[in-house]
Design a protein around this ligand. Structure first.
Ligand SMILES: Cc1cc2nc3c(=O)[nH]c(=O)nc-3n(C[C@H](O)[C@H](O)[C@H](O)COP(=O)(O)O)c2cc1C
Length: 182
């Protein structure tokens, strides 16, 4: 049996240069047997198309909180998912979650879940952004509330700098999810 058969993962993607890695993760999760529902921010759509995720997961991508016929998706998804993952998590969305912002689907899902299901955050950003107190403090608060903050890798970043802030590789995230849910 596939390692994640019958498991339901909400893969939330925000607008980082590393958003392409979310497609690889969606593919790995589907191969492992999971049902994957992708939710994208407006920012994510500047980096990767919905068709990629829909093609990989076989499900329409969700984004619009007010989409007709889907008004209660944030409640349903928050109650049925085995794991909610923000991958990659931008500085913007880290700050928004910490503030309890509820004007997009990702923010509403976060609040509606209220830690009844595991909520993981995988930051991806420039090292200076990651080290900034606005981001560092928000991640500490979110961890204190019950989120699992995944580590970032060290290496060459898209901006050309070398340091921390690289998105954790999809293969490693799959391993962690299998450990947690299988
Ligand atoms: C080329 C490019 C790459 C970016 N990469 C990142 C990134 O890796 N991490 C990040 O936090 N923001 C990054 N940003 C900035 C975000 O895209 C921007 O803050 C956006 O408003 C985030 O929207 P969202 O959080 O709604 O997805 C990048 C912007 C550009 C133009």
């Amino acid at each position: 049996m596939s390692k994640l058969e019958g498991r339901s993962i909400v893969l939330q993607v925000t607008g980082s240069i590393a958003a392409f890695k979310a497609a690889a993760l969606a593919s790995l999760l589907v191969d492992a047997g999971a049902g994957v529902q992708v939710v994208v921010s407006d920012g994510a759509r500047r980096f990767i198309g919905d068709a990629t995720f829909e093609g990989l997961t076989g499900r329409p991508v969700l984004s619009d909180l007010f989409e007709r016929g889907r008004a209660h998706d944030h409640i349903r998804l928050a109650e049925t998912a085995d794991l909610l993952l923000l991958y990659p998590a931008t500085a913007n969305h880290v700050a928004r979650l910490r503030a309890g912002a509820a004007d997009d689907l990702i923010g509403c899902l976060f609040l509606a879940n209220n830690f009844r299901r595991p909520y993981w955050i995988a930051p991806a950003m420039n090292s200076n952004m990651l080290a900034h107190p606005a981001v560092a403090e928000a991640l500490t608060v979110l961890e204190g509330w019950g989120c699992r903050i995944l580590p970032t890798g060290e290496g060459r970043l898209a901006c050309g700098a070398v340091g921390y802030g690289r998105l954790l590789e999809p293969e490693r995230v799959l391993e962690l999810i299998v450990e947690a849910l299988a």
